[in-house]
Design a protein around this ligand. Structure first.
Ligand SMILES: Nc1ncnc2c1ncn2[C@@H]1O[C@H](COP(=O)(O)OP(=O)(O)OP(=O)(O)O)[C@@H](O)[C@H]1O
Ligand SMILES: [Mg+2]
Length: 234
């Protein structure tokens, strides 16, 4: 069995957090102990005088995680921009070792860890690491979340190409927020040769910002066989 999965996206805002939450809940429903992780978050919000990552809150709440925020989200930056710029504007440097230590703690504690990346695979984390390096070091296969927007074919195929270039394993692609025609989905499958694990429609009652899940877990489980995500191919 895999020890976790790394959820990346064709772009920022495509639904990585929503899909990662649905994966975590579906795997927990299999009876496994699940951890969630957002290694780096920018755009921290203030709640009761404390800085929080909305993504980490959303991921934790769906599985009732009691893990320490310091290991779920070891790097939290306030400016809502790329991590390296956010760090420089905040006058801090990103300590990548904190990420490795936090992942190790979660991995030792749980059967399965769902990690959400930041933006896409080539978002820089520090001078020498991109998001792809996090997945590589954690030795986790990717789920690529793609959205229904003009440019998604290009972004998704570029993501697949780069993942292959970095020898990252790809479990498959999840198309999120499908609105009308799914013609573009067939194009992505044809040119990438990566399985489309399923498509999730746009749902009015889903919101990371308001921490509401609607029927996302039911939709996900109807559409996607979570065993494919858990099973390690030999
Ligand atoms: N299937 C869906 N139906 C309706 N709204 C959705 C769906 N999936 C995601 N959203 C909404 O779209 C927005 C972006 O989703 P999400 O935050 O999961 O993206 P992300 O890829 O994690 O973004 P980021 O790069 O900021 O981490 C959020 O407001 C979320 O509530
Ligand atoms: Mg997110």
């Amino acid at each position: 069995m895999e020890k976790g999965v790394f959820v990346t996206g064709s772009n920022t805002g495509v639904g990585k957090t929503v899909i990662a939450a649905a994966i975590a809940a579906s795997i927990k429903a299999h009876g496994l102990s699940v951890g969630v992780m957002k290694p780096v978050a920018s755009g921290a919000k203030e709640s009761c005088g404390k800085l929080i990552s909305e993504d980490a809150v959303y991921l934790k709440k769906i599985i009732d995680s009691t893990d320490d925020d310091a290991i779920v989200n070891p790097i939290l930056l306030k400016p809502p921009i790329a991590p390296t710029i956010a760090a420089s504007q905040s006058g801090v440097s990103i300590n990548i070792d904190k990420i490795w230590r936090a992942y190790e703690a979660l991995s030792n504690k749980h059967d399965f860890v769902v990690v959400e990346g930041v933006g896409g695979l080539m978002v820089p984390i520090d001078d020498t690491h991109f998001v792809a390096d996090l997945a590589h070091k954690m030795d986790l296969a990717l789920i690529i979340v793609s959205g229904d927007y003009l440019g998604t074919i290009n972004h998704t195929l570029l993501t697949v190409e780069y993942a292959r270039n970095r020898n990252l394993r790809i479990k498959g692609i999840v198309i999120n927020m499908l609105k009308n025609s799914d013609d573009f989905v067939r194009e992505i499958e044809k040119y990438s040769s990566v399985p489309i694990l399923g498509t999730i429609p746009f749902k009015e009652n889903v919101s990371v910002e308001d921490c509401v899940y609607g029927d996302i877990v039911e939709d996900f489980r109807r559409e996607i066989n979570v065993s494919t995500i858990m099973r390690k191919e030999t």
